[in-house]
Design a protein around this ligand. Structure first.
Ligand SMILES: C[S@@+](CC[C@H](N)C(=O)[O-])C[C@H]1O[C@@H](n2cnc3c(N)ncnc32)[C@H](O)[C@@H]1O
Length: 201
């Protein structure tokens, strides 16, 4: 069922869904593995779709944690509301560009971990800036963010189609960005793990 919902929304809204299928469990595992989830109280997910990452996060987060999920697509939001019944979950049917207001009005002043599945490559520079400048006031030295990107990712820039790497964008906001490839996903993807401060390894 989740595949059917995902595929029909991917066709209708390709530029925001930015994928043809939900992430594989392997990609979800690679996105949550670098996160210190057992010590996390405030987790944020950006772009949940039908909830592959949401499930992986809820499986690992402590009982007293909160998982705040942003999903812009009304059909995915409805799907998540119907299929995820967990007191730790706060579902927000809103554009991530509004993250600062949405977190402040709920009383949050920091986030411990962030999992982003946003198709940043399909967004304008202005949208990307709005998202990160809205998020960064909540990032503390211990905060860890993961973001994935399909290995073939391209973008239009100055009228030309180019390969896009998210690394320069992520390095603008995070001092240390590590990456690995997850082959067991369609298509394979890089997982970027971002730290606000330099890490030793
Ligand atoms: C590539 S899909 C990933 C879905 C899911 N996390 C997964 O890995 O299978 C990206 C998701 O981000 C959502 N999205 C895109 N832009 C958004 C925005 N500005 N604000 C909130 N959600 C957004 C899309 O609707 C879609 O559900």
């Amino acid at each position: 069922m989740s595949l059917k919902v995902f595929a029909s929304e991917a066709l209708a809204n390709f530029y925001t869904v930015a994928a043809v299928a939900p992430s594989s469990p392997h990609l979800a595992a690679a996105m949550v593995e670098p996160l210190p989830l057992s010590q996390t109280l405030v987790a944020v997910e950006l772009g949940a779709g039908t909830g592959t990452m949401t499930r992986a996060l809820l499986d690992e987060l402590p009982r007293e944690a909160t998982l705040i999920v942003f999903e812009i697509n009304p059909r995915f939001f409805h799907y998540l509301r119907e299929n995820f019944h967990d007191p730790r979950l706060v579902l927000i049917n809103e554009n991530v560009e509004k993250i600062e207001t949405e977190l402040r009005t709920r009383g949050y002043d920091h986030v411990d971990v962030v999992v982003s599945s946003l198709g940043l490559g399909f967004m304008s520079e202005e949208q990307r800036r709005n998202i990160f400048e809205g998020l960064m006031p909540f990032v503390r030295p211990h905060t860890v963010l993961t973001q994935y990107q399909y290995i073939h990712s391209m973008q239009f820039a100055n009228g030309r189609l180019r390969r896009l790497s998210l690394r320069p964008l992520l390095n603008r906001y995070f001092s240390s960005v590590k990456s690995k490839i997850v082959w067991r996903n369609v298509p394979p993807a890089y997982v970027f793990t971002c730290y606000p401060q330099r890490t030793l390894t």
